[in-house]
Design a protein around this ligand. Structure first.
Ligand SMILES: C[S@@+](CC[C@H](N)C(=O)[O-])C[C@H]1O[C@@H](n2cnc3c(N)ncnc32)[C@H](O)[C@@H]1O
Length: 209
């Protein structure tokens, strides 16, 4: 018998930042969740400890940020940050981010950030890969047709090249080494800082709709 996951039931006040219900309900509720006054809406797929999404939310109080992660622990740590920093423009969802059109209405997002996605090398885990199968089609569907973008960065070269191919095939304009306006290179996600400290090469691309 396994141990219960202590992160699964986050207590108040942290649970107010984490959406754990059915993805279809999340999608229906999204227009109410995001204030009409929000300038732009961005999503990060795979938020880790929430270091980046909270930093972006703090720097851009007129925008709204939605963070998706598979793991309760990551969501719990991120919720603590959101609360500590008193941010009211971030909401989190526990879900597999590899079918994002299930989660977001069409043409809802201005930008999507994917920072250092896990490569999930074992075949039995491929369903957890964010860049696989029809994901580029989903991304195009949920992005704003005007100036919508996906930003991907990773240390995994084959993964990066495969993702660029998927994005190009779906008709995105792929600009390697380009950082989108909300995410200049100087803003580092926690994993980016880690790879920098090790001197690892980081591959980055912005793909425009
Ligand atoms: C290597 S960490 C990077 C975290 C953060 N983006 C950063 O750059 O510091 C990858 C994150 O993606 C999450 N993740 C991996 N596969 C996922 C999936 N299919 N759906 C949602 N989250 C996923 C993991 O739980 C983890 O938090």
């Amino acid at each position: 018998m396994g141990y219960p996951n202590p992160w699964r039931q986050m207590p108040e006040p942290y649970n107010q930042y984490i959406w754990q219900d059915d993805a279809h309900i999340f999608k229906l509720e999204l227009p109410d969740l995001v204030p009409a006054s929000a300038n732009n809406v961005y999503a990060e797929l795979g938020i880790g400890n929430g270091g980046l999404i909270t930093e972006l939310a703090r720097l851009n109080p007129d925008d709204f940020f939605l963070g998706i992660d598979l793991y309760y622990r990551q969501l719990g740590r991120s919720a603590r940050r959101i609360h500590r920093e008193k941010l009211s423009n971030v909401q989190l969802l526990r879900y597999n981010a590899n079918h994002p059109a299930i989660l977001f209405p069409n043409h809802f997002l201005q930008g999507i950030l994917i920072n250092f996605p896990d490569p999930w090398p074992k075949a039995r885990h491929h369903n957890n890969r964010i860049f696989d199968g029809p994901v580029a089609k989903h991304l195009r569907q949920i992005l704003k047709p005007k100036k919508g973008w996906v930003f991907l960065q990773t240390d995994q070269k084959p993964y990066f090249e495969g993702a660029c191919r998927l994005l190009e095939k779906e008709g995105f304009t792929v600009c390697q080494k380009e950082y989108p306006p909300i995410m200049p290179e100087l803003i580092r996600s926690p994993f980016h800082s880690l790879f920098d400290s090790r001197g690892d090469v980081v591959h980055a691309v912005t793909a425009w709709v």
